[in-house]
Design a protein. Structure first.
Length: 202
């Protein structure tokens, strides 16, 4: 938890009229509030099944598809290997930054190409926050945020299987913790009370 990050989010989201505590909560659940790795590049999550889907749709050779199928993990190493197979599809199949926005959403958040999107995510935390705000508006998530409908937001942002990793409960916990950052209140997590709760995102 970082009051500095919360303050930065407050400044960036203000023109978009988005609750900064909610935005902060999403960042905490998606990436523990870390937009960048120690090597200076954005935090990534590579989605192999999406990558393979793009390769098959493009009628890639069986050799390339087999290489993709043999990839292991979803972190930086897998992403770097996928880039060598096909850089564009690898970027489209990977989520970037503090809010883990997928590369295939580049146009949704205002970038003509996925390369431009990835470059922007590399450049600054501010760009990552702005991309989140635009994504929220493009997908009509303002009401879910305004009314603290954590499950509704989770369905659209994390997908229909959000209950498997208690995304909505984690989000509510992170939201309450964000509010508590500016006070001395101690917040007891609700998500740990849910059966099947896991600390890390699946």
């Amino acid at each position: 938890m970082s009051i500095e990050l919360l303050n930065e989010i407050k400044q960036v989201v203000e023109p978009f009229n988005i609750d900064p505590y909610f935005a902060y909560a999403v960042a905490m659940v998606e990436s523990n509030g870390k937009g960048y790795r120690n090597n200076g590049f954005p935090v990534v999550r590579f989605e192999k099944h999406v990558f393979i889907k793009y390769l098959k749709k493009a009628k890639a050779t069986q050799q390339l598809i087999r290489k993709a199928e043999n990839l292991r993990g979803s972190g930086w190493d897998a992403y770097q290997t996928a880039l060598k197979i096909d850089s564009t599809y690898a970027k489209l199949a990977t989520s970037f930054g503090m809010f883990q926005i997928m590369g295939f959403n580049h146009a949704v958040v205002g970038y003509e190409t996925v390369d431009e999107f990835v470059t922007a995510m590399e450049e600054s935390v501010e760009n990552q926050i702005v991309a989140f705000c635009i994504f929220v508006m493009a997908n009509h998530l303002q009401n879910a945020i305004r009314n603290k409908k954590f499950a509704d937001f989770a369905t659209k942002y994390n997908g229909p299987n959000y209950l498997m990793n208690s995304y909505d409960a984690k989000l509510e916990d992170a939201y309450n913790a964000a509010l508590a950052l500016e006070s001395d209140e101690v917040v007891e997590p609700k998500s740990k009370k849910r059966k099947g709760y896991t600390q890390t995102k699946e």
